[in-house]
Write a protein that binds this ligand. Structure first.
Ligand code: SF4
Length: 484
C-alpha cells in the first residue's frame, strides 16, 4: 500500500487505463511522494547512463543525422518498402498478415492459436502486443499468454501494466518484487537479492519456453531488401520465444521497415545507447524465415502481423509523419520533466511520456486523448535527446491545434479533430476580436474594466488552482501613455 503525501492511501501502484482521466490521474500521481521519488531516481539513473555514451556532442549529432535521414527515407518510401518486404518474407516462407485495428490483429493471433489447438503462448517484449491488449484478449478465449521479459513478467504477475516502454517494472522496488514473488510463485521464499529474484524468474520461465505451443515477439527493425526481422534484447528471452516453440508470431507496426541491412547498425547504435546506455545489447536476433531443412532449431511456422492502428493517418499528414520515425528508445520519457514527476500510469495509454503524447492521438483518436498534447511545457528536453530528431514540440503544437480547430488547408481531418473545441472559448475570442477591431469602443471597455477591478472574481477556473487571480491594472496602458 502506498501512502500519499496527504496521508491518503491507495493500492500500490497506480494503474490508470483511460486517457480521458488524464488530468485527474496527474493530480493523484503528483500527490504520491513515493511514486515521484522512485521515478525521479530511476530517470536520473537512465539519464546518466545515456550521457556516458553521448559525451561527444558533435559525434552524437552526426550519428543522429544519419538515423534521422534513414528513418525519413524509410517513411518517404513506406508503401514500396512494405510491398518489397512482404514479397521477400513470403519467398522465405513467412506468412504475412495485415491488421488495420487491434481487433483484427487479435483475430489473427486467435485463428493461428485455434488452428494449432494452442492453449498457451510465451511472449518476448513487445509494446505493440500491449497496444492490442493481446494477453487479455487471448485470455478471453482460454489462451494464456505469459510474458518472458523479466520486467514484463513482474508487471504481469502483479496484475499491472508497464509504466515505461523499455523498463516496464521501473516503478517497483526490489522489496516489492521480493514480496510479489513470494506471494505468487509457489515455494519461493522472500528475498531482496536481485540475482536470486532473477534466477527464480528464469527457472519459472525456462519450463514454459519448452512447453508453449506458440512464441510471440515484437520486432525492432524489418529489412525490406533481405526480408529480415531484427530483434534487440538483453535477456535472451526473445531468442527463446522465437526459436523454441513450433510456431512463432511476430507483431510490429508498419513503420518499422528500413530498406537495406546497412540501415540497421546506425539505428541499433542509437537505440541501445539512448535506451539503456549500452554500446550494444547482449542479443541481436536476425530472423530470416522459419526453420529450414537440416537446421536444429527455429519454429516450423513463422508469422508476421503488421499493424496499422492509426499509423497511416500520421503517415499521410506532413505535420505528423515524423512521429513514425520513432525507434522506441524511451529517452524522451527519461528526460521529460512531466513524465519523471507523474510516471507512466497517469497517461492511461500504452505509450506514455512525450512519444505517447504524439502517437496516442493517432492510435486512439483525438477525442479520448485531447488532454495529452497539453501535458508538456514545450521545454524540448525530449527533442534534445531524441536519437532520430523527431520535432516533438512542433508536433504537439499541431495536435493542440487539431484538437480545437478545423484542419489547416491541404490537411485531412484527424480522427477526433476539433473534439476539444470549447464553444465558450470560441465565443469569448470572437467577442474580443469584435471589440478589439473597434478602437473607440475597446478603449472605453478597457477603461471601465480598470474602474471595476474591485469586482474581479477571486475564482477563475483552472487559472486560480495554482495562481493568484488575474486583475486589470489600476491604470491602463493608454492612461499611462497619456499621463506619463
Ligand atoms: S520519440 Fe525519440 S526519444 Fe522518444 S522513444 Fe521515440 S525515438 Fe526515442
Amino acid at each position: 500500500m502506498n501512502t500519499t503525501s496527504t496521508g491518503k492511501a491507495h493500492e500500490a501502484p497506480l494503474q490508470f487505463v483511460d486517457p480521458r482521466q488524464f488530468k485527474a490521474n496527474t493530480r493523484v500521481a503528483v500527490d504520491d511522494a513515493h511514486l515521484r521519488s522512485s521515478f525521479r531516481s530511476a530517470m536520473d539513473f537512465l539519464q546518466t547512463k545515456r550521457a556516458a555514451h553521448f559525451g561527444d556532442t558533435a559525434a552524437f549529432e552526426q550519428l543522429r543525422a544519419v538515423g534521422e535521414a534513414i528513418r525519413q527515407y524509410s517513411l518517404a518510401h513506406l508503401p514500396d518498402l512494405l510491398q518489397r518486404l512482404e514479397a521477400r518474407l513470403i519467398e522465405q516462407g513467412v506468412q504475412v498478415h495485415w491488421a488495420s485495428t487491434p481487433d483484427e490483429a487479435n483475430a489473427i493471433f486467435l485463428a493461428i492459436a485455434q488452428r494449432h489447438g494452442a492453449k498457451d503462448m510465451i511472449k518476448g517484449k513487445s509494446m505493440v502486443s500491449e497496444e492490442i491488449d493481446l494477453n487479455h484478449r487471448m485470455a478471453e478465449h482460454g489462451i494464456e499468454c505469459l510474458e518472458s521479459d523479466m520486467g514484463e513478467y513482474i508487471v504481469q504477475i502483479a496484475g499491472e501494466r508497464p509504466s515505461h516502454i523499455i523498463m516496464p517494472a521501473i516503478h517497483k522496488t526490489k522489496q516489492q518484487i521480493g514480496q510479489l514473488f513470494a506471494e505468487k510463485i509457489p515455494g519461493t521464499p522472500y528475498t531482496e537479492d536481485v540475482d536470486e529474484l532473477i534466477a527464480t524468474g528464469r527457472r519459472v520461465l525456462r519450463e514454459r519456453y519448452r512447453d508453449a505451443a506458440i512464441g510471440v515477439s515484437g520486432v525492432n527493425f524489418m529489412v525490406a531488401e533481405t526480408g529480415s526481422l531484427v530483434l534487440v534484447e538483453n535477456e535472451g528471452n526473445g531468442r527463446m520465444c522465437t526459436s523454441v516453440p513450433e510456431v512463432h508470431i511476430a507483431i510490429t507496426g508498419i513503420e518499422k521497415v528500413v530498406e537495406q541491412f546497412d540501415h540497421v547498425p546506425p539505428l541499433f547504435s542509437l537505440l541501445t545507447r539512448s535506451a539503456t546506455g549500452q554500446a550494444v545489447t547482449t542479443y541481436l536476433n536476425v530472423i530470416n524465415g522459419p526453420r529450414r531443412e537440416g537446421e536444429l532449431d527455429g519454429p516450423k511456422e513463422l508469422h508476421l502481423v503488421l499493424l496499422d492502428n492509426g499509423r497511416s493517418q500520421a503517415w499521410r499528414d506532413a505535420d505528423f509523419r515524423a512521429t513514425l520515425q520513432c525507434i522506441r528508445c524511451g529517452a524522451c520519457m527519461n528526460h521529460c520533466p512531466v513524465y519523471s514527476r507523474i510516471g507512466g500510469f497517469a497517461y492511461g495509454t500504452t505509450y506514455p511520456g512525450p512519444i505517447g503524447l504524439i502517437i496516442s492521438p493517432h492510435l486512439l483518436g483525438l477525442d479520448p486523448t485531447q488532454d495529452l498534447p497539453t501535458a508538456s511545457s514545450l521545454c524540448a528536453a525530449c527533442e534534445e535527446v531524441c536519437p532520430v530528431g523527431i520535432p516533438i514540440t512542433q508536433i504537439l503544437m499541431s495536435l493542440r491545434h487539431a484538437a480545437k480547430h478545423d484542419p489547416l488547408p491541404g490537411h485531412a481531418p484527424l480522427v477526433g479533430q476539433k473534439s476539444a473545441r470549447d464553444w465558450k472559448e470560441v465565443l469569448a475570442f470572437k467577442a474580443w476580436a469584435w471589440l478589439a477591431s473597434r478602437p473607440w469602443l475597446y478603449g472605453h471597455a478597457v477603461g471601465l474594466a480598470h474602474r471595476l477591478r474591485w469586482m474581479t472574481p477571486s475564482w477563475q477556473a483552472g487559472w486560480t488552482a495554482h495562481r493568484t487571480p488575474m486583475k486589470p491594472a489600476r491604470r491602463g496602458l493608454r492612461e499611462r501613455m497619456r499621463k506619463g
